[in-house]
Design a protein around this ligand. Structure first.
Ligand code: PMP
Length: 362
């Protein structure tokens, strides 16, 4: 099918066409069972294989070391804003945050209802236009963990290298850049990601947790909210989101076929580079509001000279086969979200469109 639109949505977002087509081909009659995967028992052999193959594929493609467990949990990334402090905080410990924008603020809002928190670094004064340098904050001795957002989807800023938090466990919200580059597992005690960007459709979060941290998690929580429950049952404690996990498996398989994380990173650099170069060469007509050193490879945010021109740009782009370019309603402007399944040509063609749009409207 060649008439697909270039979908620059922030998530849900474009997914690999081969994964969609495979799902379509086997949807109604799953591997000769005369029923679809979403109609059969999650305790049966067919789903069991999907489930464990999906876990193995994640471990393989993301190079998750044996020191870490892989969990599939419903509730999206948002539930993790509560589950992380519920599981890791205790009365004598503090949850620390490097506040880099909307998604860390949401995590702070949930954690402060559950225990002591500290905002160790605050990017609010800079309008969340950059990630902190390592000498700009000091993690306390009483830190239960340090929470970061690896890539701020709305602000368009990304850590190009993860902070080193020493003895304090580092927790990263990787929702919008997981599987787009190799992961620094040696620094990470817990990583979580809502699925609906690089992993597949919405319906779950992927949680990857160091076994030592897991051992120290609280035991006195309602069952579903405890990481130990999911780890102890291979994420089959209750009915899992079978379709989301199945699609994730197909998506991860596609990444492997394409050459894995190194290839994904190369493509992300090519896509985002095409747009940032266009912005930088426009003599200020297009303006990227974020610090050059923190520019996101997944979400390229930019402004035009006026809001009227931005509205015109988004409308004309849609006619030209580029959708989803409106910035988040909280910040306005334009945003091109380019996850793994966005072809490099999509970004290159958008860059050409931007050049022409400027010529016609400057
Ligand atoms: N964190 C980040 C960085 C996100 O981009 C999003 C969603 N856009 C979320 C968390 C929330 O994810 P969910 O909708 O899966 O709860």
């Amino acid at each position: 099918m060649s008439n697909r639109i270039f979908n620059f949505s922030a998530g849900p977002c474009t997914l690999p066409l081969p994964a969609l087509e495979k799902a379509q081909a086997e949807f109604v009659d799953y591997q000769g069972t005369r029923m679809s995967l979403i109609e059969m028992s999650h305790r049966g052999e067919h789903y069991d294989k999907v489930h464990h193959d999906a876990m193995a594929a994640i471990r393989d493609v993301l190079s998750v070391p044996d020191s870490h467990d892989i969990l599939f949990i419903q509730g999206g990334a948002t539930l993790q804003f509560a589950m992380v402090p519920l599981n890791l905080l205790s009365d004598d410990k503090t949850a620390e945050f490097l506040n880099t924008g909307t998604w860390v603020k949401k995590a702070i809002a949930d954690a402060e209802k559950l225990g002591p928190i500290r905002i160790t670094w605050n990017g609010e004064t800079d309008n969340f236009t950059r990630m902190p340098a390592s000498d700009e904050y000091q993690v306390g001795d009483d830190a239960a963990y340090v929470h970061i957002c690896g890539n701020e989807t709305i602000g368009g800023i990304e850590y190009h290298e993860y902070p080193d938090t020493g003895a304090a466990p580092l927790v990263s919200d990787m929702s919008s850049h997981i599987m787009s580059r190799p992961v620094e597992w040696n620094k990470l005690a817990l990583a979580f990601a809502g699925a609906q960007k690089n992993l597949g459709p919405a319906g779950m979060a992927l949680v990857i947790i160091h076994k030592t941290l897991l051992k120290n998690c609280r035991d006195d929580l309602p069952a579903y909210l405890a990481y130990k429950t999911h780890a102890g049952k291979d994420s089959l404690y209750n009915t899992p989101p079978v379709f989301a996990i199945y699609m994730m498996k197909l998506t991860v398989d596609w990444v492997k076929e394409q050459g894995g994380l190194a290839k994904m990173e190369k493509r992300a650099l090519a896509r985002s580079g095409a747009l940032y170069d266009t912005i930088d060469r426009s003599e200020g007509w297009y303006r990227c509001p974020v610090d050059a050193a923190s520019r996101s490879r997944m979400n390229v945010c930019f402004r035009l000279p006026t809001e009227e021109l931005e509205a015109k740009f988004i409308a004309e782009a849609l006619e030209a086969n580029f959708s989803g370019l409106k910035g988040h309603r909280s910040v306005g402007g334009c945003r091109a979200s380019m996850y793994n399944a966005m072809p490099v040509e999509g970004a290159e063609q958008l860059a050409e469109f931007m050049v022409k749009f400027k010529q016609n409207n400057a």
